[in-house]
Write a protein that binds this ligand. Structure first.
Ligand code: PLP
Length: 391
């Protein structure tokens, strides 16, 4: 651009300085631009028709998001990926775009609360038939997956907060047999994949382990390009796009994902073993404990045992609201998977919509708590738990 423009014009058309072709930043740049232009209109039409790569409007896509999407797909072992504004946006976008009136969706009473609420409130309103089962109901899973019009099953590899492990082999086998789409929310297990069971779509809340620092929200849908492309038009129309700066922060967080997760798992094992012996504790659920009903199966099939611990107290009358606000390190709040340790009362946060019978089946009582373990020194975390549990 010439430099004989007036200052007001210059401010709105700053000159670009592209890097020399052999000169690359080590950190992917943040394309903080809503709009992209193309020199030739014919080329723009090709971009619109999906005949060549290119960008036009960041609600549809942005190169910073693509860097993250490719990395996430590689980590999960899928062909492609799309990123969205939150984990919930990834779940709702998937269900809204793939289901139509008359289809049946199978989901679980142990599923993440907003997933259940979305199925029950929104999808039911649009005429999707919703079928709620317990993960323990293996006969029900087999029966319902075989029913006509069953389009999809939404499940979590490890459930929030009571750490039940989904019957992955059964769901995989029966869903494939009957052509039912498998949608796995893999947030708790991280980028775990299984050679023998490939699912159609993997959902992640990137707000959790992926970004890891509790300072950014995001979600991902990972699967085959064909399936993802079939959802793209609605992605533009629904508009729950991830911001490029958020995409950059998540991608930066992923640099330490494996280190963080390893430290979190090590801490969790120490704390879970200690909690199991504590006189105030009735029972502890952690897949790394031999007492976990699926400990052997879990350690054979999963890369690690995660960093979430679920526990219930012997004294069910304890004022749980006081217990969870007593720590100096374990802060009482939602979310999980970040570097700092957190504590939440389970009934209030995860089961208030369930009937008393469903709560019992889901394994949640008034004294139940969920801990998300961070990367602090385990000595300090043990001292904090001692304080939290003392009468
Ligand atoms: N899926 C699971 C299993 C979760 O635990 C959560 C959040 O806690 C989500 C999805 C939603 O993610 P987000 O908070 O990024 O919307």
């Amino acid at each position: 651009m010439g430099n004989n423009f007036s200052p007001e014009t210059l401010c709105n058309h700053p000159e670009f300085h592209p890097l020399p072709a052999d000169n690359h930043p080590l950190t992917p740049p943040i394309y903080q631009s809503v709009k992209f232009t193309v020199d030739d209109f014919g080329e723009l039409k090709k971009i619109f028709r999906g005949e060549r790569e290119g960008y036009f409007y960041s609600r549809a896509s942005n190169p910073t998001l693509v860097v993250l999407e490719r990395l996430l797909a590689q980590l999960q072992g899928t062909e492609g990926g799309r990123t969205l504004a939150s984990g919930v946006a990834a779940i709702t976008h998937t269900l809204l775009t793939l289901l139509k009136s008359g289809d049946r969706l199978i989901y679980f009473l142990e599923s993440y609360g907003p997933s259940r609420a979305f199925a029950e409130v929104m999808l039911a309103k649009f005429g999707v038939e919703i079928v709620k089962l317990s993960l323990d109901d293996r006969d029900g899973i087999k029966r319902e997956l075989a029913m006509p019009r069953t389009k999809a099953v939404l499940f979590e590899s490890v459930t929030n907060p009571q750490l039940k492990v989904a019957p992955l082999a059964l769901i995989h086998q029966e869903a494939k047999k009957h052509g039912v789409l498998t949608i796995l929310d893999n947030t708790f297990a991280g980028f775990q994949s299984w050679d023998s069971w490939r699912f159609d779509l993997y959902i992640h809340s990137l707000t959790k382990y992926a970004s890891g620092h509790g300072d950014v929200m995001g979600g991902a849908i990972l699967g085959s390009e064909q399936l993802l492309k079939s959802m793209d038009r609605d992605l533009h129309n629904l508009g729950s796009t991830l911001d490029p700066h958020a995409a950059y922060l998540i991608q930066r967080g992923l640099k330490t994902y494996h280190l963080r997760r390893r430290a979190q798992v090590e801490n969790s094992q120490i704390l879970a073993e200690w909690l199991e012996k504590h006189p105030a504790v009735d029972h502890v659920v952690y897949p790394g404990l031999k007492s976990h009903p699926e400990h052997e199966w879990f350690t054979k099939h999963f890369d690690d045992t995660g960093s979430i611990i679920f526990l219930s107290l012997k004294n069910k009358q304890r004022d749980i609201e006081k217990v969870v606000t007593r720590g100096k390190l374990f802060m009482m709040t939602g979310s999980l998977g970040s570097t700092e340790s957190l504590i939440t009362p389970a009934l209030f946060f995860y089961a208030s919509d369930l009937t008393p019978e469903e709560r019992t089946r889901a394994g949640i009582d008034p004294s139940s708590m969920r801990l998300s373990i961070g990367i602090e020194n385990p000595k300090d975390l043990l001292a904090d738990l001692q304080l939290i549990l003392s009468e």
